[in-house]
Ligand binder design. Structure first.
Ligand SMILES: Cc1cc2nc3c(=O)[nH]c(=O)nc-3n(C[C@H](O)[C@H](O)[C@H](O)COP(=O)(O)O)c2cc1C
Length: 200
């Protein structure tokens, strides 16, 4: 059974990404292969930007979130597209935390756009966040486009688009939990060599 952490990368209050994260959380709670789902909303955590020294309050916030990440077997990273980029809070997460929290754990990227964007965060996450963290992005990802028109629990929602994204999310979560089962062996038996502490 898998413990999954959903990380919402928007730092806007009541973001559309949070809405997606909550939908994914409900699906994981009901999933047979999921023991627990925890939602980490970067908008409400008040994590500091990476620096060399932290106040006591900042260090406590960092440590609390570290516990949640270490205890997770798999991740769903919900990432909005902001000016064609991943928001800085999500990139900062990969400075504050790295292999100790993420290594050889599978992650599903779910990007979010109010329009027809959403591709750039997927490529940015895949190309820039894995090297030292050794997080394992699964080949499937999700792009929630026109996000204000779906998952509002309203008759005015685009029901066909919502059904498609709901089914596709189920499909991806089935894969995520299977990868999570499989990668436990890698974490248990993988070689460790202090000379190769970071990716090349
Ligand atoms: C600073 C900023 C920049 C944005 N840039 C883009 C963009 O480049 N492409 C895009 O599709 N949407 C862009 N959006 C709109 C988001 O798609 C929209 O806010 C959506 O709801 C996801 O973000 P949220 O999770 O913060 O709500 C931008 C939004 C903000 C706040």
């Amino acid at each position: 059974m898998n413990r999954v952490a959903i990380i919402v990368g928007s730092h806007r209050d009541k973001s559309q990404s949070l809405k997606v994260g909550q939908m994914v959380e409900q699906k994981l709670i009901a999933h047979d292969a999921c023991a627990s789902a925890v939602l980490i909303d970067l908008a409400s955590l008040e994590l500091p930007f990476w620096q060399e020294n932290y106040s006591e309050k900042e260090q406590k916030a960092i440590d609390r979130t570290r516990d949640l990440l270490v205890n997770a077997d798999a991740f769903v990273l919900v990432v909005p597209e902001w000016n064609g980029m991943v928001p800085s809070a999500m990139k900062n997460l990969f400075l504050l935390y790295s292999a100790n929290e993420f290594a050889h754990k599978p992650a599903l990227i779910a990007s979010v756009s109010a329009g027809i964007g959403g591709t750039y965060p997927v490529t940015e996450m895949r190309s820039t966040t894995y090297k030292n963290s050794r997080i394992c992005y699964i080949p499937e990802h999700l792009i929630f486009r026109d996000i204000t028109t779906i998952f509002n629990d309203s008759d005015e929602d685009d029901k066909e688009a919502e059904r498609y994204m709901s089914d596709r999310t189920d499909f991806c979560l089935d894969y995520l939990t299977l990868y999570s089962d499989a990668l436990k062996a890698v974490r248990d038996h993988g070689p460790s060599n202090p000379e190769f502490g970071n990716g090349m």
